[in-house]
Ligand binder design. Structure first.
Ligand code: ADP
Ligand code: MG
Length: 519
């Protein structure tokens, strides 16, 4: 791909100079939206994904489907990227964001094309519409706590369209209540720090009060269980003599001296470690000499290799301070404590109980295949994220009702001139969420939405009976953060697309990409 410095060789994607970027780009977004549209809501349908090796996988998770699309059109790719970011930030609401964006782009394009409104004005209108929508949603949000029945409902709603959602819902809620207020860091719930979710094939779903490491001890000769363990987390280099030395010094006598030196240094390291009183070692060192490892085994130290990522929560849970140098081993308070550590040899996992540090619990997620365990694992994390967002920022009625009932309020804003027109782009999108959820449930979405709109705040449609109900009493709730983030992400998508007036590509663009961009 040419760099921007070669700007001279860039040219419009089509040979035809009049090629319409807005048309092509909005078509690309519509195509992406069409793929995920039917998955929205609890009655959404699944997609069968087939990867390059012909592996099949069924999913109804917006972001999974988006990421599996090998989108070549640059704008389609941009939509997928924004959706992915939304997923990373709040873990939910990606399908909603894409549908909102598609509606805004469709309506925005109509304004630009039919009414000759300048794209900048449309974009300004979208910006202010999104801003006001978010403010209104935040203002209407209801605060909840960990014991509130609404927390159950939030998790239920978030998992309603997922594989095995019911089972996972109970698991998630129990897990969060088990960890309780110990998950509060700096005034906000941060379950990332307090709840670990791991997945295994062929193991039962369970909540474990403690940490589960997907590891084995370094040698089966070591006992598989330690009581009252005193823990060291080792980051220091455990290879006192490097292999490169042997390559450079091949004389027999030199090698003998080196081997002696290697043994002595290794012994010294191990002795210093033993002196700390530790009986359990978590090793995240860059290199470990086999001699050092053998010495650990001969001294009966329970030792496990861990990754750098595992250091953080092991340290938080056990109170151990990671040791970086030999000198650090002399410091006070480096040892962590866990009352019981034991390995489940059949499943290759190690349990740690009763750490002296912060509380951490682990949710073990099973699955009959790797794919199902992965999908269930993702859903569990989505459920936890939804709960976290709800506890920290509050909740709003779900099923598209929150979005629907701010429309009238936004219309009353009375912004000046064309900006008001831009606002309508947002209001028409706000309606589309309920419409799509209902269409996916087999109703005439448009008609039902009209009825719901005429009802009081918080009212929407029961997707089983089709009756107009109070979504809050019905227990269909969403975290307000998921809604505001989805709105912001969709605004970002729509603005980027509506602002582009020409697609330029480098001279050497590959022909396939060129062909796809014209579709
Ligand atoms: P997203 O990727 O946007 O999270 P989902 O498929 O998870 O898409 O659907 C989320 C939407 O489904 C939310 O608007 C939520 O309120 C709605 N929803 C969930 N359960 C129900 C229900 N029982 N009735 C109506 N809407 C529901
Ligand atoms: Mg969802």
């Amino acid at each position: 791909m040419s760099s921007p410095q070669n700007f001279g060789v860039w040219k419009p994607i089509a040979e035809n100079i009049e090629f319409n970027a807005l048309e092509s780009n909005s078509n690309a977004v519509m195509a992406v939206a069409e793929t995920v549209r039917t998955t929205l809501g609890p009655k959404g349908l699944d997609k069968l994904l087939i990867d390059q090796s012909m592996n099949r996988h069924v999913s109804n998770d917006g972001v999974t489907i988006l990421l599996s699309l090998r989108a070549i059109h640059p704008v389609a790719r941009m939509i997928v990227e924004i959706a992915e970011r939304q997923e990373q930030k709040v873990g939910d609401g990606t399908t909603t964001a894409v549908i909102l964006a598609a509606e805004m782009i469709k309506e925005g394009k109509r304004l630009i094309r039919e009414l000759a409104v300048h794209p900048t004005k449309v974009v300004e209108g979208i910006e202010s519409g999104i801003k006001h929508s978010c403010e209104l949603l935040k203002k209407s949000a209801i605060k909840i706590n960990l014991d509130a029945p609404e927390l159950d409902q939030i998790v239920k709603t978030s998992l309603s369209s997922k594989l095995d959602g019911r089972v996972l819902h109970t698991l998630v809620v129990n897990a969060l209540r088990t960890v309780g207020k110990d998950a509060i860091y700096n005034g906000l719930y941060d379950f990332d720090k307090a709840v670990q979710v791991i997945r295994r094939v062929d193991i039962e779903d369970k909540i474990f009060n403690g940490i589960v490491l997907e590891r084995k001890r370094i040698d089966p000769e070591l006992p598989s269980k330690v009581e009252n363990s005193k823990i060291l987390i080792l980051r220091l280099d455990l290879k006192p003599v490097k292999e490169s030395w042997i390559k450079e010094n091949s004389k027999y006598q030199d090698i003998l001296t080196m081997e002696k030196d290697r043994l002595e240094k290794s012994k010294k390291i191990v002795d210093t470690i033993v002196e700390t009183g530790a009986n359990t070692l978590f090793i995240a060192s860059p290199e470990v000499d086999q001699i050092v490892e053998d010495l650990f085994v001969s001294k009966g130290l329970f030792a496990v290799h861990i990754s750098n990522e595992e250091i953080e929560y092991l340290s938080r849970y056990t109170g151990a301070k990671p040791v970086r140098t030999l000198d650090d081993l002399k410091n006070k308070d480096i040892l962590g404590v866990s009352e019981k550590i034991y390995e489940d040899e059949d499943n290759g996992i190690i349990y740690l109980e009763n750490g002296r540090g912060k509380k951490i619990i682990t949710v073990l997620i099973s699955g009959s295949t790797k794919e199902t365990s992965l999908e269930r694992w993702r859903s569990t994390i989505d459920g936890i994220n939804a709960a976290e967002a709800a506890l920290n920022y509050g909740i709003v009625p779900g099923g598209g009702a929150a979005e629907l009932h701010i429309i009238e309020k936004i219309k009353k804003l009375k912004l000046s001139g064309l900006e008001q027109v831009g606002l309508e782009v947002v209001t028409s999108a706000l309606e589309s969420i309920m419409r799509q959820i209902l269409t996916n449930a087999g109703f005439n979405g448009l008609e039902k939405v009209m009825n719901a709109k005429a009802s009081p705040d918080g009212y929407g449609v029961d997707i089983d009976s089709g009756e107009i109900v109070n979504m809050v009493s019905k227990g269909v709730l969403d975290p307000v953060l998921v809604k505001t983030m989805a709105l912001e992400a969709s605004g970002e998508m729509a603005k980027s697309v509506l602002r582009i007036d020409k697609n330029l590509a480098a001279d050497d663009l590959n022909p396939q990409a060129l062909a796809d961009s014209k579709r």
